[in-house]
Design a protein around this ligand. Structure first.
Ligand code: PXG
Length: 460
């Protein structure tokens, strides 16, 4: 592997400059700087190389985004063509441009008929900011301006900007200047941790009914929307019980509360369906999208509106008081078109649904169902989580599960595998173009990392 010439400095030099100038995401800066960050210099397919030339299998698609893997010439060409033709224009002051229109035509051809309009952004966080203001605007327009409260979930993640932090349920993020009035939270449907003696189905209903209790406590006349990820990503790749979403949908309809799905991770084929809400069989009023929209090659996100909301905003809403300079950016739109076209026309989403998705799920269950350290395997398509547990039957978690999972992640990197840990769970979400052989490598390296963790920490 030849590293690119434009990354020609030594690893140490890069690390020192990195430490001198960057505040990294979600890490203790001082501890990181003592060790030095891993400097990733090149990517191809599912593989990454660091500045020492070491290869890693990327089990996380970057940050859940590089659906097509690295190094796609078609995405590069789409960006280059657009940079030559029209590198920038916008949707302000009575203008628009061809690429964003073509992107929406394609996007809505992939979405169920229920959806009609999009508001583009540069990220998932921004898309959730737009969501908060748009649903509040919707209720103003239909004559219920007091419906303002947004209900999210504890341990949900919706981004790092102010509104999206408040909407999310990460306590340590709220503490860092991130709470706002008119936000509320309910518990997460995490059966392994909180199911107690209930069956999975009964726990799913119980978790959903927390929403009903919260709506009644706040007064349905004050509640604008319930916002949740179809499955929690950053919170640990937690799949809700099968009974959960239908009951949540029933409650939202009964109390006239908008149901908003954050599809930033679940969207664009991750579960084998185009969108994760289709996998779980419910129909949200809005969808937040980002990541897989452009395979992460260029920043782009958006809020997709169902017809009920879009019609009200368009027909009766008057001026929509919102706009971002780069919303619907032509280069991002061009990359998104190339990306979605490839996902569709190369049959990649279909392959995840019918072949590689079931294959990964089967491999993981075969490999880990009797493993002494693993209590549960969850997932669908090309997203999965392993739950570390001291006792599988009683679902007893390790007291220091966070450290165990972090150790596993660290030895995984050592084995040449990029995998993510959250609390006591190991998470993987490889690129959707992964072959069976690459999935075998992923599971094999994960198995080695889990076994090494067990040996290193004297757990088995
Ligand atoms: N919603 C969801 C469901 C997300 O997962 C965002 C919104 C925010 O998107 P932006 O583009 O603003 O980052 C996300 C982002 C992790 C991890 O550790 C997850 C995300 C980002 C970074 C790390 O799993 N998700």
């Amino acid at each position: 592997m030849t590293l690119p010439n434009n990354s020609a400095r030594s690893t140490r030099e890069y690390q020192a400059l990195d430490a001198a100038h960057h505040i990294h995401a979600f890490l203790d800066q001082k501890a990181l700087n003592e060790k030095g960050a891993l400097v990733i210099a090149k990517g191809q397919g599912l593989n990454l190389w660091d500045t020492e030339g070491k290869r890693y299998l990327d089990g996380m698609s970057g940050l859940w985004c590089t659906a097509l893997g690295y190094g796609r010439a078609d995405l590069n060409a789409a960006a280059s063509r657009q940079l030559e033709e029209l590198p920038y224009y916008n949707l302000f002051f009575h203008t628009t441009h061809p690429r964003v229109i073509e992107l929406s035509e394609l996007l809505f051809s992939l979405l169920p008929d229920h959806y009609s309009h999009a508001i583009y952004t540069n990220s998932g966080s921004e898309a959730n900011e737009v969501l908060i203001r748009s649903v509040r605007r919707y209720w103003q327009v239909v004559g219920k301006p007091q419906k303002k409260i947004m209900i999210g979930r504890w341990n949900g993640y919706h981004g790092s900007t102010l509104g999206s932090t408040a909407l999310g349920g990460m306590g340590f993020m709220h503490e860092m200047g991130g709470m706002l009035p008119d936000f509320a939270h309910i518990g997460e449907p995490y059966y392994f941790a909180e199911g107690g003696d209930l069956s999975e189905e009964a726990f799913g209903l119980k978790a959903a009914r927390e929403l009903e209790d919260k709506i009644l406590e706040l007064g349905a006349e004050n509640v604008a929307a319930f916002v949740a990820e179809p499955f929690q990503g950053a919170g640990g790749m937690i799949f809700p019980p099968a009974s959960y979403w239908a009951e949540v949908q029933r409650i939202c309809r009964q109390y006239d509360v908008l149901l908003c799905a954050d599809e930033v991770i679940g969207g664009f084929g991750r579960t084998g369906e185009w969108f994760a809400h289709q996998h779980f069989g419910f129909q949200p009023d809005t969808l937040t999208i980002a990541k897989g929209l452009t395979s992460g090659y260029i920043p782009m996100g958006g809020l997709v509106l169902g017809k009920r909301i879009a019609d009200a905003l368009v027909q009766e809403g008057g001026v929509f008081a919102h706009g971002l300079t780069y919303a619907g950016h032509p280069v991002a739109a061009a990359v998104a078109i190339a990306n979605l076209t490839a996902l569709r026309d190369e049959g990649i989403v279909t392959q995840v649904k019918n072949d590689t998705g079931p294959y990964l799920q089967q491999l993981l269950r075969e490999t880990f169902q009797d493993h002494p350290l693993i209590g549960d395997v969850q997932g669908a398509g090309l997203v999965a989580a392993l739950q570390f547990a001291e006792d599988k039957v009683s679902r007893k978690r390790f007291a220091n599960e966070n450290d165990i999972a972090w150790h596993c992640r660290t030895v995984g990197f050592d084995e040449g595998l990029i995998i993510r840990s959250t609390l006591g769970r190991m998470i993987m979400a490889p690129a959707l173009v992964a072959t069976r052989a690459e999935l075998e490598e992923l599971v094999d390296k994960t198995r080695r990392a889990v076994d090494r963790t067990g040996r290193d920490l004297n757990l088995m």
